[in-house]
Design a protein around this ligand. Structure first.
Ligand code: H2U
Ligand code: ZN
Length: 355
């Protein structure tokens, strides 16, 4: 290894790498690069002025879905089994061995779609707090019900928001996939949190939260029960981590007060996201909680990740390509700069401001 230069290191200027405490991976941070010009792809902004009910939408109340199923005339949330589920309950569950070079295992489970609202033109950012609170309860119910099944080891709640993140439909909705085996990302988080707990006898994310609150520079917003921050190791430009202040191992363990406050906190975060580029902000988000395989998980702390792709404006996104795919993820603006930009946003949604 070459000797490092004698100049003193400045994380706002000099390239460096940061370790993701949750999955053990590294991200390259290159803060000096933000000034470079952009002549690449420009995205189309999402369509505004959607109708409140779209007769063509397969998620709107009363409409027909693929395969001839019809949605009921629901008036709050609605959950159904995905008509094109990636996991099936009744596929054969025995081990498949195809020799040294062709490894496979049967996987079983179920996939559901959660409609957050009957209103086609809403997003979580623009729903009433009480209606978001209802979504919080549905998330908890899904983890309780599916996670309670002996053949389900992990319940993944998530939302793809916006065409840029592959969402098939602007109607406010999320998904839940539940499977027999713990998937890759939660398994890595389980390992890292367990190792930390064994060493320090305290949950990693609780200790991390205290360190972040002390540092302050990556905090986006704080409420009574929750803190939203840009994690030190964020990969996506405006990535955030939503953390409870109290120990909560998984979604159903939340108290009523924590649920009420979560609904408000999510709304606050999503308003800031929308205000950042005055667009309906695209993202993938999801909840990570303890596995439901009956094991002991005192090291787990519930949290949500938000992974938004936008970088500079409503139409310029970050691409995870070349170096990211082949070597390691890389970012230009620092986590601290991103947190500051989000902190500075108004608490009033840009579409309702001034009205
Ligand atoms: P996304 O928009 O997050 O991709 O989710 C929509 C899901 O809805 C998708 O997984 C399902 C797709 O399989 N779907 C149905 O279950 N029924 C339909 O009629 C269309 C789409
Ligand atoms: Zn709809």
């Amino acid at each position: 290894m070459r000797q490092p230069s004698a100049r003193s290191f400045d994380p706002t200027e000099h390239p460096h790498r940061r370790r993701n405490l949750l999955n053990g991976e590294w991200v390259l941070v290159s803060p000096h690069r933000t000034k470079r010009p952009w002549q690449g792809q420009v995205e189309r902004p999402p369509q505004e002025n959607l109708p409140s009910h779209d007769p063509q939408c397969y998620l709107c109340p009363g409409n027909e879905r693929a395969g001839g199923f019809s949605n009921p005339a629901y008036d709050s949330t609605f959950v159904f089994t995905n008509d094109f589920a990636a996991l099936l309950a009744d596929s054969p569950a025995q081990e498949i061995s195809q020799g040294r070079f062709f490894q496979a295992e049967a996987e079983t489970g179920t996939c559901r779609v959660i409609c957050f609202s009957p209103h086609h033109d809403l997003t979580l950012a623009r729903m009433e707090g009480a209606d978001i609170r209802r979504v919080v309860d549905v998330w908890a119910e899904q983890v309780t019900e599916l996670g309670g099944r002996p053949e389900i080891s992990y319940v993944q709640l998530f939302e793809n928001r916006g065409a840029m993140m592959g969402s098939s439909n602007p109607h406010p909705h999320g998904q839940v996939w539940a499977n027999r085996r713990i998937p890759t990302e939660p398994a890595l988080e389980d390992r890292e949190q367990r190792l930390y707990y064994e060493r320090h006898n305290s949950p990693l994310l609780l200790d991390y939260l205290h360190a972040e609150l002390e540092a302050g520079e990556r905090i986006v917003l704080e409420s009574r029960e929750w803190v939203v921050l840009v994690p030190y190791w964020a990969v996506w430009p405006f990535e955030t981590l939503v953390l409870p202040r109290a120990p909560i191992t998984h979604f159903p363990a939340m108290t009523d007060a924590q649920r009420d406050d979560l609904a408000d906190t999510l709304k606050q975060l999503l308003i800031r996201y929308d205000n950042l580029f005055e667009t309906s902000f695209p993202y993938s988000m999801g909840w990570h909680g303890q596995p439901t395989d009956g094991g002991q998980y005192p090291h787990w702390q519930l949290h949500a990740h938000f992974y938004p792709p936008l970088l500079r404006s409503a139409t310029v996104r970050k691409f995870m390509v070349g170096y990211e795919l082949l070597a390691t993820p890389q970012r230009d603006i620092t986590a601290e700069q991103a947190a500051q930009r989000l902190r500075q946003q108004s608490e009033v949604h840009y579409l309702t401001a001034g009205s």
